[in-house]
Design a binder for this molecule. Structure first.
Ligand code: ADP
Length: 208
């Protein structure tokens, strides 16, 4: 964090006026240090979860505002990629026992992946509905899809399905492993449905 703050101070001119070219370099440094912070946080989260040392604070909560927040955070990227984003959240979803921060992390991961893997001009849809004794949330996209043999192992850490243009898509392969830990800890289920070329859906169900 102090590296990032130092970069920001330089960018703002705390050390004197900065020429345009150096500003561009500082912007790259700032972006990369953010990625480093995210990576360290993901590694720490996952290590704690694997060691059974993650503490969850469960409270009765509503999924709707969390979905709204995760979706709102994604607006700049959605607009930049010209993606049609739709949200269908059933009104009056029942309150459930959740750790809000962790479920937000799940939603950020799934919606973030959907937007990241969907080519420009594609569609992403989030649906939340009340089903038998649970709330089901699905995040669907019109991205490249996932081969049948990878549908389960993408939830293992570091697993990244090979893509033709994979060098353009940055990632760590930790997001879905964290998603699975969090949903399991809530007594829920998470899985992926996809046909290559037909997009993907990531679905989780949390018990009511
Ligand atoms: P990362 O996105 O950092 O690579 P994740 O654990 O979130 O790590 O995802 C693991 C892998 O699962 C991805 O690298 C990709 O191969 C596949 N994947 C995840 N979400 C999608 C999606 N919406 N469409 C296609 N493939 C996906």
């Amino acid at each position: 964090t102090s590296i990032k703050e130092g970069i920001n101070l330089l960018w703002e001119g705390a050390g004197g006026t900065i020429p345009e070219k150096q500003k561009r370099l500082l912007a790259i440094l700032s972006e990369e240090s953010k990625r480093l912070i995210d990576l360290v946080n993901s590694l720490l989260d996952l290590s704690k979860m694997e060691a059974g040392m993650m503490t969850y604070s469960y409270e009765p909560g509503n999924l709707a505002p969390l979905i709204e927040r995760a979706a709102t955070e994604m607006i700049p990227l959605v607009e930049a990629r010209k993606i049609a984003f739709r949200k269908e959240v059933e009104t009056k979803l029942p309150m459930i026992r959740i750790d809000r921060e962790r479920i937000l992390q799940v939603l950020r991961n799934l919606i973030g992946n959907a937007v990241k893997f969907t080519p420009e001009g594609g569609r992403v849809k989030v649906v939340a509905r009340f089903i038998h004794r649970g709330i089901e949330v699905s995040v669907s996209d019109t991205g490249p899809g996932i081969k049948k043999e990878n549908l389960t192992n993408i939830f293992e850490k570091f697993h990244q399905a090979p893509f033709k243009h994979s060098n353009r898509i940055k990632g760590t392969g930790l997001g879905l492993a964290i998603v699975k830990h969090v949903i399991d800890a809530h007594g829920g289920r998470v899985w992926a449905e996809s046909e290559p070329g037909q997009g993907s859906s990531f679905i989780f169900v949390l018990p009511v």
